[in-house]
Design a binder for this molecule. Structure first.
Ligand code: SF4
Ligand code: SF4
Length: 441
């Protein structure tokens, strides 16, 4: 099919070492602690429905979506006891309020969801969110797409290095994925479905491709250029449609879902299973690479211990992809529904100090959103959030290309990410306070 090209982006080494054919399972230990933040960087806090000392089963609701803002239901991923409701570690928010569960002996079963009237309700009850990393609550996409979209795009392109977790789902769960895609297509009365795959896929994906063909689902093989798989970029590349600033894909008649999210939707609809585990790629500079089913809330410390990996041997640990993931400083940070990978790296780049900007312009050339990362970074460093907002800080998709290409090792995306998560909120709050006090500080 015809593809539209976009400016910016970069070519990356693939390093796809983890075998996508095999999915292992991480065991749960008696007495192990699991952590469930009540919020992610997208959602408002969910409200706990359990108290310290309560006994819970895997699949039990432990926090309910709040009525205001974007929020999701959270379920226990293990059988255990509520240890505490307190401040816990979070890869993006540093610390946030959350629920701690101490695992007991596992029954291996889970509490099933009450059958729902439609896919949107199933997705909401199961706490499904964008598993590609963005973490946007999926029911909102269903809600905003009713009778409005003509195309469903399934993003299975996984363009970041190391990641093969989506591919492992594509290879091992082809029937389930196609069944779910067709259910969504029918329920939302969608005319066309396109599945975006990374170019030069191996014959392992042939079964999925054949099933797709048999069911009139288009397959688009993307060029190996990052970040073609960003939501707005993908819609443009496949359809030539531009999602305007601040608008959702439904504004151009598109619903877009990640392939792992589709599998979670399958589990919600067909197995009445909430999102309590997911496939995670374990890779980087380690001897054994693999895809493994991990319970939501497992800490990095616990994961590494079970896999016999010594964190002291690596100079950084990233949760998520190499480009969009977050380096963590605390091993008690939990793996959440959005964490697609744990990468243990020994790269030299990580230890480089930032140097003065050489004004080479590479960061600007690489930016698919046509921003000036260096300009925005300067405003943030100078504390001028107003100017950073004028320079369109909020349009940054946090792809990481600017930091990657910077010859002065400037942490451009990291500073933008920090500003979006913390400084902009503080700035807006202080403007509101100023307004409420009639301009008096
Ligand atoms: S400014 Fe944002 S969108 Fe542009 S390259 Fe950097 S991280 Fe990507
Ligand atoms: S890539 Fe780095 S050195 Fe070059 S203009 Fe951007 S911030 Fe400056």
């Amino acid at each position: 099919m015809k593809l539209y090209s976009i400016k910016g982006g970069i070519k990356l080494k693939q390093n796809k070492f983890a075998d996508a054919n095999i999915i292992n399972t991480l065991p749960v230990l008696d007495g192990e602690l699991f952590y469930y933040p009540l919020s992610n960087s997208f959602c408002t806090n969910s409200i706990p429905v359990v108290s310290k000392g309560d006994v819970v089963k895997a699949g039990d609701l432990i926090a309910k979506a709040s009525e205001s803002g974007f929020s999701i239901d959270i379920h226990s991923s293990v059988d255990g006891i509520i240890e505490d409701i307190t401040q816990i570690k979070h890869s993006k928010l540093i610390t946030t309020e959350g629920i701690v569960i101490k695992a007991s002996e596992q029954s291996g079963d889970y509490t099933k969801l009450t059958p729902a009237k439609d896919i949107e309700s199933s997705v909401k009850n199961a706490g499904v969110l964008g598993m590609g990393g963005a973490g946007f609550p999926s029911y909102i996409k269903f809600c905003s797409s009713k009778s409005q979209v003509d195309t469903l795009i399934i993003n299975a392109s996984e363009s970041e290095p190391y990641l093969t977790c989506d591919q492992s789902i594509l290879i091992n769960k082809a029937d389930e994925l196609i069944e779910t895609i067709l259910l969504i297509k029918k329920e939302l009365d969608i005319k066309r479905v396109i599945v975006a795959l990374e170019g030069n896929t191996t014959e392992q994906t042939d079964k999925f491709k054949q099933l797709a063909k048999d069911n009139s689902i288009d397959i688009a093989e993307l060029p190996r250029k990052y970040p073609y798989s960003g939501e707005k970029q993908l819609i443009y590349v496949l359809l030539g449609r531009t999602v305007k600033k601040g608008e959702f894909p439904s504004s151009v008649k598109v619903m877009i879902q990640n392939i792992s999210t589709i599998y979670s939707i399958y589990e919600a609809i067909k197995k009445s299973k909430p999102v309590i585990d997911r496939v995670v790629t374990i890779s980087g500079d380690i001897p054994t690479h693999q895809n493994i089913i991990v319970k939501v809330g497992t800490t990095v410390r616990s994961l590494l211990e079970k896999l016999n990996l010594d964190p002291e041997q690596y100079n950084r640990i990233i949760l998520g992809g190499l480009m969009t993931g977050t380096s963590i400083a605390d091993l008690d940070t939990p793996l959440l529904k959005t964490v697609s990978a744990v990468l243990l790296l020994n790269d030299k780049v990580a230890s480089h100090d930032e140097e003065a900007c050489a004004r080479c312009g590479r960061c600007i050339d690489s930016c698919v959103m046509r921003l000036s990362p260096t300009g925005i970074n300067n405003s943030i460093v100078q504390g001028d959030i107003d100017q950073a907002l004028k320079d369109d800080l909020m349009s940054c998709i946090e792809c990481g290309c600017c930091s990657y290409v910077c010859i002065s090792s400037r942490k451009l995306m990291e500073s933008i990410q920090y500003a979006k998560n913390f400084l902009v909120k503080d700035h807006i709050a202080s403007l509101e306070m100023e307004k409420a006090s009639g301009g008096k500080k």
